[in-house]
Design a protein around this ligand. Sequence first.
Ligand SMILES: [Zn+2]
Length: 100
Amino acid sequence: MDYHCCPECGLHHIQQRKTAQTVGQVLGAVGGIAVGMLFPFFGNKLPIPKLPQQVYQYITFAKTGSLVGGEIGMVIDEHLLNNCVCMACGHEFKQRRYWD
Ligand SMILES: [Zn+2]
């Protein structure tokens, strides 16, 4: 069901919650850094100090991880959690898709 107003009181004061998405992004970023540390460092040949390159690699992994984690979290939000709340009556309900 796609609601653009509250199914309880019919008002449009709906706020979307992205709980699992936010959690997924954070966990994904942390997981990405962990994976980045496990991976062999592959930038050794360049005549640049090693540390900034390593940091850059971690950031790249963290970014990818947070993207993937956010996607997974979005699915959890949509299917498992009440991801919308009515600001007028406090009714919580599920919304299949986010809208911005
Ligand atoms: Zn309501």
